[in-house]
Design a protein around this ligand. Structure first.
Ligand SMILES: *[C@@H]1O[C@H](CO)[C@@H](O)[C@H](O)[C@H]1NC(C)=O
Ligand SMILES: *[C@@H]1O[C@H](CO)[C@@H](O)[C@H](O)[C@H]1NC(C)=O
Length: 483
């Protein structure tokens, strides 16, 4: 599945640069050359909200709607959202409560160990302009309660895309979930998922309604291919799509590494193929850097460029990815946060740039082979003409010392100039909530409300004989507009 290696090393004549340029030739038409092309979803980047925190995000965090709407301004479509996570398996539906969610926690930063929610939870979700996946409880083994919740979702939400039956079931034994009190392994879970899909799907009288899988362990174990192999036609008719979670851990450098990200994504190849063979979409239902964010075990800093690269490498095989938003609604901001109540997070800029690159594109390809730190992606319009290119230098820049720069030579361009927007920041670990600065095309998103601010700045790139040369600094990216 790896795209063929297609860049050559060339030295840049007439400059004193010690670094060799990387050269990429933009295909004049999609689906030509030896690259692998992938279709682009109209809303390829979305957000996953932790179940208990969803109402707070939409009622108490001013930035939420604006941050989502900024992406809609780029694509014309509200980004998809998913509401779920560990607390979906701690939540019980309560038809009598008028509250969105009811729970108590000892410390405001804690996730609740149990909670209830009412039909107003679904009403709130129904007000969102985009599609919504709602994650319901399987861990508690209370099928009737989940059916009641599913009926509320179907009744209230015309924007309901799918329902999940359980989150990361491989952790049910360690979470003390009743459904896993006996033997629990992928085949027991698959039988359980399948029975629940039939029970819930038939109770709400809807086919194509279940987002299945939702595990986090590295495939093939707990993966879609393994699950699909256990499913007959009766089950499959209720499955809308398959989802998996992906949290590559590591240091900021390894998380940012373009070659590392490329390798990580290929772990999912067999699962993606198995889902597509069924005619179903395969998505990342939750993804982000690192783990344990909302338990407060903070170890990693922002990797805003990595977020962007990840978002692009993923759709070359995976059609949609939903970035898990670590709750920061209580005012405590974590590095992974895209936004919080008081401040923006640097990863939002990376995801915004990825969205800007893919907006209204029909297909994309990577021109690099994924083995170096330098990437070039090209998006094509529906007529197959190149629309935009994204150049990314994933070298890590700590913020001190000389910032290295990588020359990129682009060939196959037309006209006498093209324009570009630069994604840059103080460093790879810039923390907007701690005063760090990140900009895209010279603009920022305002803390607290996510409104775009500053004047939009394009850099002109001179094209001569179809070729342009531009420098991209370490931990920086450049979005080149080809039309
Ligand atoms: C919103 O914030 C207020 C005040 O802090 C709080 O009482 C309320 O429960 C919050 N709403 C949600 C849905 O969390
Ligand atoms: C299909 O699978 C379900 C659950 O896995 C099972 O209950 C049902 O009997 C199977 N149907 C057929 C026709 O084999």
């Amino acid at each position: 599945m790896a795209p063929f290696f297609a860049y050559v090393i060339a030295s840049v004549a007439g400059t004193s640069l010690a670094v060799s340029a990387v050269t990429f030739t933009i295909p004049s038409q999609a689906h030509t050359g030896s690259y692998k092309y992938a279709p682009v979803d109209p809303a390829p980047v979305g957000i996953s909200f932790e179940f208990f925190a969803f109402p707070s995000y939409f009622t108490n965090v001013t930035a939420t709607t604006q941050c989502l709407s900024n992406w809609k301004d780029l694509t014309g479509v509200w980004p998809p959202i998913r509401i779920g996570g560990t607390t979906q398996d701690r939540a019980q539906y309560d038809a009598r409560t008028s509250a969105y969610v009811v729970y108590t926690v000892a410390n405001a930063a804690d996730a609740p160990s149990s909670l209830t929610f009412g039909s107003s939870f679904m009403t709130l979700a129904s007000r969102y302009g985009g599609s919504v996946v709602v994650g319901l409880n399987r861990g508690k083994n209370n099928l009737q309660n989940t059916i009641d919740a599913a009926k509320a979702a179907v009744n209230e939400m015309s924007n309901l895309l799918a329902i999940e039956l359980g989150n990361e079931p491989e952790y049910y034994p360690s979470g003390g979930q009743p459904i896993a009190s006996g033997i629990w392994n992928p085949s027991v879970d698959a039988a359980s998922q399948n029975n629940w899909a039939i029970s819930v799907g038939s109770a709400v009288n809807k086919r194509d309604i279940i987002q299945a899988g939702n595990s986090n362990d590295s495939p093939p174990k707990w993966g879609a291919a393994e699950l699909i192999a256990t499913q007959n036609a009766t089950v499959k008719q209720y499955i809308h799509n398959y989802a998996h979670h992906n949290y590559p851990g590591g240091t900021v450098t390894s998380l940012m590494s373009h070659s590392g990200i490329s390798r990580n994504i290929h772990v999912f190849d067999a699962d993606v193929a198995a889902a597509l063979k069924e005619g179903k979409q395969y998505i990342f239902g939750e993804t982000n850097s690192g783990i344990f964010g909302w338990w407060g075990r903070i170890g990693l800093a922002d990797f805003w460029c990595g977020t962007m690269d990840y978002g692009l490498r993923a759709p070359s095989d995976i059609q949609q990815y939903l970035t898990y938003l670590f709750p920061s609604w209580n005012g405590r901001q974590l590095q992974y946060c895209f936004w919080g109540r008081y401040s923006m997070g640097a990863p939002y800029y990376g995801a915004y740039t990825a969205t800007a690159f893919m907006a209204n594109a029909a297909s994309l390809t990577a021109l690099d082979d994924g083995n170096s730190n330098y990437a070039t992606y090209v998006a094509f319009d529906s007529a197959g003409a190149p629309l935009r290119a994204l150049l990314y230098n994933s070298d890590y820049y700590s913020g001190s010392g000389t910032r290295p720069s990588q020359p990129f030579v682009l060939r196959g361009l037309t006209g006498s100039s093209v324009r570009a927007k630069r994604l840059t920041g103080d460093s790879a670990v810039a923390r907007v909530d701690q005063g760090g600065k990140v900009t895209f095309g010279g603009q920022t998103f305002t803390n607290g409300d996510c409104k775009i601010s500053g004047s939009e700045t394009f850099e002109p790139l001179a094209v001569s004989d179809g070729q342009a040369t531009v420098s991209v600094k370490a931990s920086e990216a450049l979005l080149v507009y080809l039309q």
